[in-house]
Design a protein around this ligand. Sequence first.
Ligand SMILES: Cc1cc2nc3c(=O)[nH]c(=O)nc-3n(C[C@H](O)[C@H](O)[C@H](O)COP(=O)(O)OP(=O)(O)OC[C@H]3O[C@@H](n4cnc5c(N)ncnc54)[C@H](O)[C@@H]3O)c2cc1C
Length: 672
Amino acid sequence: MSPEAPRKPRKRVAILGGGAAAMTAAHYMSRTPELRERLEVTVYQMGWRLGGKGASGRNLAESARIEEHGLHVWGGFYYNAFRLMQECYGALDRPPGCPLRTWTDAFQKHPLVVWEELVDGQWRHWPVETPLNDGVPGTGGEDPTLWQHLQTLIGWIKNSIFVFPHEDVRAAAAAPDTAALLHGVHAEALSTTPDGTNHHGILSGLERLRGWFHGTLQDHIWRNDEARRMYILLDLAQAVVRGMLRDGVPWRGIMCIDEHDFAEWLGRHGATSGALTSAPLRGYYDYFFAYAGGDASQPRISAAIALHHLLRLVGEYKGALFWKMGSGMGDAAFGPLYELCRRNGVRFRFFHEVKELVPDGGSRSLAAVRLRRQADLKRAEYQPLVTIAGLPSWPSAPLYAQIVDAQAAEIQRRGANLEDPLTDWDGVADVELQAGRDFDAVVLGISIGAFPQICARLIAADPAWRAMAANLPAIQTQALQLWWPGDAGSLGWDMGNATGTGYGQPLESWSDMSPVLPLETWPAGSKPGTVIYFCGIMDTPELPQRRDPGFLAGETGRADARAADWARQYLPHLYPRAGAPLARYVRANCTPSERYVLDLPGTNRYRLEADTSGLDNLALAGDWIFTGQGGAVESAITAGMLAAQALTGEDLRIRGALPSPWRRRPSLRRLL
Ligand SMILES: Cc1cc2nc3c(=O)[nH]c(=O)nc-3n(C[C@H](O)[C@H](O)[C@H](O)COP(=O)(O)OP(=O)(O)OC[C@H]3O[C@@H](n4cnc5c(N)ncnc54)[C@H](O)[C@@H]3O)c2cc1C
C-alpha cells in the first residue's frame, strides 16, 4: 500500500457580512466536496440574522408575523439568482410537509403590475397583466444581444401601431405609405448586422415614423385611457430605439450612455413630455429608489443601468415578469442558504461586528480585520432559526436565551439593536483576524454605506477606493406593512393580486403579500385576510459621527409619521373600503449598510470589480461593485458569484455580468 499523500492545509476564507452577495460567495466556495477539502469558509455577521437588505424576521411577540426590510419581488429574468435558489433547494431536499419544500413553493409567478397615473389631478389604476410563458428562470440558452433586443423592440412597435387601441391611429397606420414605412424599418432591422456604419437607413425610417406618430396624437386620443397608455409606451419604446442607434449602444456597449440620466436621455431622443412624466417611467425610478439623497424631487439613474435592466426585465423574463416569494425573503432565500452552507461546513460567527479593515504598509494586501464581538454565547454556536408553522424562520430579534444571561438582560434593558452600529451597546470583546493566521483571503460583503467607518484606511490610502466611496451614495428607504381583517376585495381592490408602483411618495410601491399569511400564527378569531407591503424612499440625513442610539429611533419615528400622513392621503384610492388595520409595522432602513446603493449617472466608472480591490487577498461582493446591473438581488448574487469565481478560479457560468470598460487593475491572487 502506498502511503497517502499528506493533506494540504485548507485555505481560510473570511466572509464579512451575510447579505445576498456574501451568502452567494459562501455557497460557491463550499458547495462541492473538492471545495470543502480545500477551503474553510467562515461568515462574520453583525447581529443575529443573515440577509442584509433582504433580511426578514418573525416577530415572536406578534403572531410570528413577517417583518421585512421592504417589499421584494424578483425579476423573471434573474438568471444567477434563480439558479442559486434551484441549486440550494435541490441540495437541501427538504422533507415532505415543509411549507417551502422546493424552489417553486418558495417563488410564485407574479404577472400583474399596476402603475398609478395622475390624470387631471385624479389617480387612476393602470393595470398591466403581463403574459406568462413556459420558461424557467435560471435555465435556458444564450441571452439575446443588445441588437436582438433592439430588433424585438422595433417589431413590437410595428405590431402595436397596427393594432393600436384607437381606430384613428389604426386607420392612419394602414395607409400604404405608413404601412410600408413600418414594415420597411422592421425588415431592415432584421436584415442588418450593425457595425456602426450601416444603421442610418433604419434611423431615418424611425425619424419619419416619429414625425408621423406624433402627428396622430389628438386630444381625444390622449383622453382615451387605453389609447393614451399605448401611446406612452410606444413613445418611450421609440425613444429607446432611436437613442440606442444614435448613440451606438449595440456596438459601443451599454456603458457608453452611463453619463446620462435615463429620462434625460429618452428626452434627448425624442420622448414627449407626456411620456417623460408618465406612470411607467416614474414607476421605473421608484423601482430603483432612483432619487438622489432620497429626495423625490431629484430622480436620477444611469441610462446604462436603467436600459440594461429594462431590456432584460421585459425581453428576457422566464415564466412571469416577476416572481414573488411565498414567505419573507429571509425565510424563502436566506434560511435555505444558511442551512445548506452550514451543512457544507461553512462556519457562522453571528454577533460579530466588523469595525475596520487594515491594509499592510504598502496597501497591497489586507493585513487584518478588526471586529467587535457583540455578545457571548452559552454554547459554542448560535442556532439562529426557529420553526414556525413548519418553516425554519429568522426571528426579528436575537434568541436571547442563547446569549449569556447577564449580557442578554443588559442588551434588552438598554433596548439595544445589534444590527445598528450606533446602538447603545459596545459589545463584549475585540476580535482580530490576521492574514496568514486566520485568513488567506477575505470577501467584503458589507455594503458601501458602511465604508467611511470600516474602510477608512483603504479610502485614505487608495484613490480608487476614495473615488468609489465618494461617488456611490446610498439612501434610506422605508417600509410599511398593514394587516386587515377581510380579503382585498372587501377593502375595495378588485383586480387580484398585484404589485404597484408609480404612486404617491414616499410609499410609492406596494404589493399584496396575503399569500404569506398562512405562515403567520394569528389567533383564531383575529386572523387577517390581507397584508399589503408598501415601500419607498426616505430623504437621507448624514450619519452621526459618533455612537447615537437616538438616530435609529428618530428615523423610525420619522418613517412612522410619514407613513401615517401618506396613508391618510393615498390609501383611500388603493383601498377605498379599508377600515382600521389589525396590525401595522413601520421600518426605516437607515443604518449605514442598510442604505440602498444608488446608480447615479456617470458613476459606474468608480465601481471596483469583484477581483480588483487593489489588495491581493481581498475580493469584493455586493450590489455596489461593477456588474453592469442595477442595485437588486440579481446584481448582488452575481457579485457574490464573481467574488467566488475570482478566488477559486472555477468557471461559474455567470450570466448578465458586463466587463467594466474602466477596468484598470490586475486581478487578486487566486486561492486555488
Ligand atoms: C427596501 C428595499 C427593497 C428592495 N426591493 C428589491 C426588489 O424588490 N427586488 C430586488 O431585486 N432587489 C430589491 N432591493 C435591493 C436588494 O435588496 C439589494 O440589492 C441586495 O439585497 C443587496 O445585497 P448585498 O449583499 O449587496 O448587501 P446587503 O444586503 O446590504 O448585505 C450586507 C451584509 O453585511 C452585514 N453587515 C453590515 N455591516 C456589518 C458590520 N459592520 N459587520 C458585520 N456585518 C455587517 C449586513 O447585516 C448584511 O448581512 C431592495 C432593497 C431595499 C433596501
